[in-house]
Design a protein around this ligand. Structure first.
Ligand code: PLP
Length: 395
């Protein structure tokens, strides 16, 4: 694809003034002179089938409670997983929860009731709520950082943590913030380690639908019998289809043992799911492919153009191209802005990026830029960052 001429099937983003009318966290966290690029939300218009499903629900005054039994959603997810991810899911092994992190928290609570070790492995830099959620349920984070170069899992480090008694590994794949997809061989090895040590792998695959052309997401539960035994997957339409505020996610298993563990989550948790979230997810999973293809094309074009933009405007910022997601993990250490470059970009450039240190110790000197928007707004964000650097240099 030419960097000057993105493919025709990309998405139009509405003008900034219209985006600023949104009431989501992204658009209300900062004053109006700040360009928000910190939160994993898309600026794209909703997928038409999702918008239609929501309008239809409002038109029939259908905003009541959710039942835990959602066969249409489970079928819809199984169809989507098969078509888009090469993952054959048994709809009978899918359950609904309000969101991915609630699912993770509640599954961790079921493990805690076994009275076993409270240690949970996470691999930083990683989505900040991983740390908070493990702590929220009274468990202890054991951080085994990703390999600095290719953001692969440190399997020796994870093996040591499991030997020391860790009860679970909380995997983020595709990875937030690096946008890397884990290799099948690593997932196979992780499953073997987990089974050998009687540990669970909680696989957060929320970004999988946004795997970019030329890369493949490998669903953890598919890699081996061991993975099916020890793995529980969590995913949702919320990232790819930008409906995080509607509150619906799915928990997926592929063995009776894992299904029995998920069944220990109290039924009230499923009933706290949002009905609009269920309806939106059903529409997204059954009728959302064309829009998702256009979203991926738009994100892919932005990801491909970003390195040249950074090289021109912010030389010294390093960014390994993402293989999935609309995130860009920027190594700003060469800029000399200290451990928290996002604070400088905000104060001096009026652009809000994710604070690197929130993603764990390897995030020092880093910032996360979200680029699920128009190319113009990506350029604007980078211009503001460059202005901040120039302002600091000018003293
Ligand atoms: C890796 C990861 N997991 C979970 C979430 C949040 O998902 P949910 O809103 O369903 O809890 C995000 C949001 O950005 C994420 O990046």
């Amino acid at each position: 694809m030419s960097s000057e001429h993105p493919a025709a099937d990309t998405l139009e983003v509405r003008p900034l003034a219209v985006l600023r009318e949104r009431r989501s966290e992204k658009w209300t966290q900062y004053p109006p002179d700040v360009l928000p690029a910190f939160l994993a939300e898309l600026d794209f218009p909703l997928a038409p089938p999702v918008a239609a499903a929501l309008r239809a629900a409002v038109a029939r005054d259908d905003l009541g409670y959710v039942s835990a039994r959602q066969p249409a959603l489970f079928e819809a997810f199984a169809g989507f997983a098969s078509r888009r991810l090469g993952w054959e899911v048994d709809p009978g092994q899918v359950t609904v929860v309000p969101d991915v992190m609630v699912g993770v928290a509640e599954l961790l609570r079921t493990l805690g009731r076994d009275g076993a070790s409270d240690a949970v492995v996470v691999s930083s830099p990683v989505y900040p709520p991983f740390f908070a959620t493990v702590a929220e349920v009274g468990c202890r984070v054991v951080d085994v950082p990703l390999a600095p170069g290719d953001a692969s899992l440190d399997l020796d480090g994870i093996a040591a943590a499991l030997r020391a008694g860790a009860r679970a590994v909380l995997l983020c794949n595709p990875q937030n913030p690096t946008g890397r997809v884990a290799l099948r061989a690593q997932l196979e090895a992780l499953a073997e380690l987990a089974v050998a040590h009687g540990a669970w792998v909680l696989s957060d695959e929320i970004h999988a639908p946004l795997t970019l052309p030329g890369h493949a997401h490998v669903p953890f539960l598919t890699v081996s019998e061991e993975a099916a035994e020890c793995g529980v997957a969590f995913t949702s339409a919320s990232k790819a289809f930008n409906v995080a505020g509607l509150k619906a996610a799915v928990v997926v298993t592929a063995s009776p043992r894992a299904a029995a563990q998920v069944a220990r989550i109290p039924p009230e948790i499923a009933e706290r799911t949002g009905l609009l979230g269920v309806l939106a997810a059903e529409a997204a999973f059954t009728e959302g492919d064309a829009w998702l293809d256009a979203a991926i094309a738009t994100i892919d074009a932005n990801q491909r153009r970003l390195p040249a933009l950074l090289a021109g405007r912010l030389p010294g910022v390093a960014c390994t191209p993402a293989q999935a997601t609309y995130l860009a993990w920027l190594d700003c250490r060469a800029l000399g802005l200290g451990d928290d470059p996002a604070a400088v970009f905000l104060e001096r450039g009026r652009v809000a990026l994710g604070r690197g240190l929130d993603f764990g110790p390897p995030g020092a000197g880093h910032a996360r830029l979200t680029i699920g928007t128009s190319w113009e707004l990506v350029e604007e964000a980078v211009s503001r960052m460059a202005a901040a650097v120039a302002a600091v240099a000018a003293g």
